[in-house]
Design a protein around this ligand. Structure first.
Ligand code: AMP
Length: 307
């Protein structure tokens, strides 16, 4: 089985949406990526850090899905990374209310020995120096390295972020962040500028408006599934990234054509994530539901025009 190495926050989140509010619940980029990638036939491991305030039952949710957590450090006396956010009424934008790095501030990641030859590496959202350190520890070149990040790191660690961006094959980033990183309003121009920073493939996520994949002068668009109800978009971007990287790791094919499928898988999994608060929907999801929604995606995007 192919190996997917995942890096990203494992966190407590407090979320406010127009439909309600949660106290500290399970969250984190690494968590969402792991739960999403668990739908593929592969071995996966998460490199991250939590404090000893992090409940065992949350760790069990990961190991129950066969996610290797030997690289998930638990710091005695430390507090887990905490993020809180409030969504606007349209659910397409949000304000970060609080980010407490806690144990993430001094984190030195350690890649488990048996993942130093991972086939695919998914560098989820956290400090770019941690993302770089993970790449430094690898013993063989992965088939694909994917990076996800957000405005927080552009604001507080831009030089380190630009250094790690140079080293990856794919970047997944949302539209506003692509604009911030490139200084370009047009997403086509933004993708070209980001491409020039290093990544061969640039994926721009547009929330309920789907995702764009840019490579050289080719572009592919995948819609998001129009859903009757969106409850909480938290983690949708990470779930998308987990589906994208998971599909590539399983299929061992890093061509542009296959990445189109990876984007559809990512969008499909993200469409479930937003249906309930936090990780709730991903935890109740089964493979059959994933397959049947893929059929909906296919009919949503298929047409037959004679040219
Ligand atoms: P998304 O909605 O896909 O952008 O991801 C939301 C998740 O990212 C939440 O579960 C947070 O715990 C996590 N998160 C928020 N801010 C950061 C940050 N600065 N670095 C890493 N992870 C973060």
């Amino acid at each position: 089985m192919n190996k997917l190495l995942i890096v990203g926050t494992v966190a407590f989140d407090a979320i406010e949406t127009p439909f309600g509010k949660t106290d500290k619940i399970l969250g984190g980029a690494g968590t969402y990526i792991g739960l999403s990638a668990a739908f593929f036939n592969l071995q996966s491991a998460i490199v991250s850090v939590v404090g000893d305030d992090f409940p065992q039952e949350y760790l069990d949710l990961l190991t129950d899905r066969d996610i290797d957590i030997s690289g998930l450090e638990v710091v005695n006396g430390g507090k887990t990374f905490f993020w809180s956010g409030r969504y606007h009424n349209d659910l397409n934008s949000r304000d970060t209310l609080d980010t407490q790095l806690n144990v993430l501030a001094d984190f030195q990641p350690k890649v488990p020995e048996n993942y130093k030859n991972a086939d695919v590496v998914m560098l989820g959202n956290l400090h770019p120096l941690v993302q770089s350190s993970v790449l430094d520890q690898l013993e063989s070149k992965p088939k694909l390295v994917v990076l996800d990040t957000m405005n927080f790191w552009m604001d507080c660690a831009l030089p380190e972020l630009l250094d790690v961006i140079k080293r990856v094959d794919v970047i997944t980033i949302n539209d506003e962040e692509a604009r911030q990183l490139s200084g370009e309003y047009s997403l086509v121009k933004a993708a070209a500028k980001i491409h020039a920073m290093g990544p061969e493939f640039v994926v721009i996520k547009k929330g309920e408006h789907g995702a764009l994949l840019f490579h050289d002068n080719q572009v592919f668009f995948a819609p998001a599934l129009p859903l009757e109800e969106v409850f909480d978009p938290t983690g949708a971007g990470d779930t998308f990234a987990g589906g994208f990287a998971g599909f590539i790791a399983q299929s061992e094919n890093v061509s542009f054509e296959n990445m189109k499928n990876a984007i559809i898988y990512g969008s499909n999994l993200a469409s479930f994530c937003v249906e309930k608060f936090g990780t709730e929907r991903m935890l109740s999801l089964d493979k059959q539901e994933v397959v049947s929604r893929l059929k909906q995606f296919k009919s949503l995007t298929q047409f037959d025009i004679e040219l």
